[in-house]
Design a protein around this ligand. Structure first.
Ligand SMILES: [Mn+2]
Length: 319
């Protein structure tokens, strides 16, 4: 399906919906999830289609960060309404929706918009292409819809693109993206762009720094360049704790384990472009991007599991 065909299908599905269109994204929404969900809502507003976003498992830190962008960041999973049209953004498979997965079961049409190459194409309409972010994908087909490129739409796409490229540091940053950003920043203006960047990146909570400090203290090298660490307390949906470990000189890839409720969450990151860290994540039943992925295990005995993960990693890298 080319972008013209997709836009036609998209429009047909949303304008014929008899009730609100539901927009969903993955648990622990990051900047791309939040930005692209809001962008879709703004597009639907212009098409005079009513919509609702349900956020799922937003951390305190993320709450603080995303609140200025989303008027109402509310986790309303208790919602019992059925939505015939559901749009998912930045979500490679239904499990990543967490509890909100159940909305897919009653939906007649699921529009799956994503940039993860391991997306399971679970939608009735799938728009899945490799790109830096879902924001970049949306930007590409916007001219095909009768939508005015407003500054709030540009803001949402900026949040999406800037966060998913790690502020233009990651390998997904293309020359083309700067042309996109040129247009977007011109729409929001230089002053607002600076405000947005300050809201997103100028500060982190004290708790986050304390957790980062724990991750650094518990660091071990399972083999040359491969770091493993853990945080032995439940820090809820707090995200971005593996990146400081990865930023240590000499570390090519980092894995971080932490308990969240009855789960043990693993984050995988690589800065060595030759290293496919997703293979390791898949080894633990997870998935994601080649250089940034995750896995979730059942939490049984944390200290014992930490040792098992370490040995499994050693065995994996000695092959
Ligand atoms: Mn993304």
């Amino acid at each position: 399906m080319d972008s013209k065909a997709f836009v036609l299908e998209f429009r047909k599905a949303v304008v014929t919906s008899r009730s609100d269109v539901l927009i969903l994204t993955h648990v622990q929404p990051d900047g791309d999830a939040v930005g692209s969900a809001i962008a879709i809502q703004l597009i639907l507003d212009q098409l005079k289609v009513k919509s609702k976003i349900i956020w799922n498992k937003v951390s305190q830190e993320a709450w603080h960060k995303w609140d200025p962008f989303a008027e109402a960041i509310v986790c309303d999973l208790s919602d019992t309404a059925q939505y015939p049209v559901v749009i998912t953004v930045d979500c490679s498979n239904p499990d990543r929706l967490g509890e909100a997965k159940r909305f897919l079961e009653t939906a007649k049409k699921v529009i799956n918009i994503d940039h993860h190459t391991d997306n399971s194409l679970y939608g009735t309409i799938n728009w899945v292409h490799e790109a830096s972010s879902v924001g970049e994908l949306i930007d590409a087909w916007l001219p095909l819809l009768d939508v005015v490129f407003t500054s709030s739409l540009a803001e949402a796409l900026i949040v999406s693109i800037v966060t998913d490229t790690g502020r233009f540091k990651y390998s997904n940053t293309s020359a083309h993206l700067f042309l996109v950003m040129n247009r977007l920043v011109a729409l929001v203006g230089q002053t607002r762009y600076h405000e947005l960047m300050s809201l997103l990146f100028a500060e982190e909570s004290l708790l986050k720094w304390q957790l980062i400090s724990l991750a650094i203290q518990n660091l071990t090298m399972v083999c040359e360049g491969i770091a493993f660490s853990y945080i032995d307390r439940d820090c809820g949906e707090e995200d971005g704790l593996v990146d400081p470990v990865l930023s240590i000189r000499g570390v090519r890839a980092a894995v971080l384990a932490r308990p969240v409720g009855d789960q043990l969450r693993l984050s995988f990151r690589a800065k060595d472009t030759q290293l496919n860290i997703r293979n390791l994540a898949q080894h633990f039943g997870g998935g994601g991007h080649i250089h940034a992925s995750g896995a979730t295990l059942n939490l049984t005995d944390f200290p014992k599991q930490i040792e098992e993960i370490k040995s499994a990693m050693e065995a994996y890298f000695s092959e």
